[in-house]
Structure formats: C-alpha cells, structure tokens
Design a protein around this ligand. Structure first.
Ligand code: ATP
Ligand code: MG
Length: 272
C-alpha cells in the first residue's frame, strides 16, 4: 500500500483528532503544485484503465464516500479526480435533505438502492453519514436513534463488503479560514453566486459541534474493510493527488483481469 494511504487512513477504533490533523499543506507538498498536477494527470489515466477493467470484468463493486463541510470540495474532487472515466460504469449519488417520502422510511432506504452493482463504481456525494452528523448536531432525531444508527451503519457496510464491494470513505478536511475564503468567493463572484447558500453560515456557526460529530463518526466507523481517510483539503491540487493515489492503490489491489476471450477466437475470420 502506498505511503499516502497509510498516512491519512484512520486506524480502527482511533478518534481522528481533527484539530491536530493538517488541512493546509506547504507549497512543496507532493513535490509542489506543478509536479502534483502532473502526477495527478498520470494517476487519472491509470484510474481510467482500472475502471475499464472493473467494468469489463463485471465482478467487483466499488463504493467511494465523500463527506465534508460546505465548500469542502466534494463537487470539485468528483469533477477532477474522476474526469474522463467511462460514464457507463460510474455513477454519482448526491444525498440532500431527505424528502417526505425518504423521511417516511428508515435512513438507509434511500442509500442502499444507490450502492454499486457488479462492475460499477459509485461515488456518494454526502451519504448515510449525514444521519449521524447533521442529524445529531441539529437534533433532527432523538439521541438514542442516532446512537443506534451506528450499529446499522456498521452492519450495512459489512453487508456491502461481504457481497463484494470495496468501500473507501474520504473526509475532505478544510480549515475554518479556507471555508471563509471559499464562501467569500461564492458571494463576490456573480458566476458563483448560485453556489452561495446563506444557510451554510448557520452551519459554519456550529463549526466545533460539526468537528466533534465528524470525529466521533469517523472514529467509530473506520474499519479495516471500510476505512476512512482524512484528506488535507485546503489545497485542491494536493487533495486531488492524495485521493487519486489512494484510489489507484486500492483498485490495483483488487486483482482484476479481463474476461477470457471466446474460445477459438484465433480461428474466427470476420467476413467482408
Ligand atoms: P454544495 O457544495 O453545492 O452546497 P451540498 O452537498 O452542500 O452541495 P446542498 O443542497 O447545499 O448540497 O445541501 C444538502 C444539505 O442536505 C446539507 O446541508 C446536508 O447536511 C443536508 N442533508 C443531507 N442528508 C441529510 C439527512 N439525512 N438529514 C438531514 N439533512 C441532510
Ligand atoms: Mg451546500
């Protein structure tokens, strides 16, 4: 396993101490911005090959979860790291505030149907973790309900793993200062005003509560089979590099191969 996978993975049973974890790396991290972007481009090409293989083999499933505070970079990561992959085998599921119909069901009802099928890779933009994060901080469900959800999440993810899914979970860790800068950009730039949601400021005001909730959620649900990675995400070029490395590593470890050619293919002639 590559160096970054080890550096940023949260070991099972360890509360990740987000306050002590880097959000903003130095200018020369990953060899500096230019080198990092070049390497990310190479990794993107490799990811494309691996996804093609995943699809062709049609056996394994890959689920990649992204969680972050507002302006944490989920959309940008999904756009850049997965750029150019064959849309036939990759989907994105975004989980917003639940609809009335979703609220009328158990919290995993809307999530499970988006889990990847054989040969597919699915990216979760937010996820079932919202049900122990925002729901906890905003008191949207009783505390004992939230507490019980930890058991359900563990069982759900184990079910996916047992049935052949590789599960990887990324928390994009940004600083308060970086979030302010990104909000400011959205507020000031007319082309990005649409991304500015005044309600996000209420969430920002509860920053420490969200950090606590994230620490608890990540600490309690990072397992050997479904690990969490806490990614320093203030600098986008570094974030993209690290996530690309971890994904390529994980997919290379899957031991995939193209299906065998039809028997007697060498003797077959294609008629004019
Ligand atoms: P953007 O980066 O574009 O703002 P977003 O993921 O924040 O993307 P929004 O529509 O702004 O999308 O926000 C979705 C909101 O829905 C978030 O505030 C999130 O916390 C909330 N949400 C998601 N799942 C749940 C849930 N199960 N219960 C309550 N709120 C939820
Ligand atoms: Mg939002």
């Amino acid at each position: 396993m590559g160096e970054n996978a080890n550096t940023f993975r949260v070991l099972p049973g360890v509360r990740p101490g987000l306050g002590d974890r880097v959000t903003r790396v130095g200018d020369d991290a990953g060899g500096g911005k230019d080198a990092a972007q070049e390497r990310s481009a190479d990794l993107n090409a490799r990811l494309e090959e691996l996804q093609e293989l995943l699809y062709a083999e049609g056996r394994q499933k890959v689920l990649i979860v992204f969680q972050a505070l507002d302006a944490g970079g989920k959309d940008g990561t999904i756009r850049r790291v997965f750029d150019g992959l064959n849309p036939q085998g990759v989907s994105v599921a975004s989980f917003k505030a639940p609809t009335d119909e979703e609220l009328a069901h158990d919290f995993l009802w809307r999530v499970h149907r988006h889990a990847p099928g054989a040969g597919h890779m699915t990216l979760f933009n937010r996820s079932h973790y919202e049900d122990v994060l925002v729901v906890k901080v905003e008191g949207l469900a009783p505390a004992d309900t939230v507490e019980r959800r930890y058991g359900h999440i563990a069982a759900f993810e184990q079910l996916l793993v047992d049935e052949g899914t590789t599960v990887l979970k990324f928390f994009l860790h940004i600083s308060r200062a970086e979030q302010k800068e990104r909000f400011q950009g959205r507020r000031d730039d007319p082309d990005r005003n649409w991304k500015f949601n005044p309600g996000d400021l209420d969430v920002r005001a509860r920053w420490d509560d969200y950090m606590d909730a994230y620490e608890e959620a990540i600490g309690r649900t990072s397992t050997a089979d479904a690990p969490w990675y806490v990614i320093p995400a203030d600098r986008k070029w570094y974030r993209d590099l690290v996530i690309s490395e971890i994904l390529v590593d994980a997919l290379e470890g899957l031991d995939m191969s193209y299906p065998p050619a039809p028997s007697g293919i060498d003797e077959i002639e294609i008629p004019d």
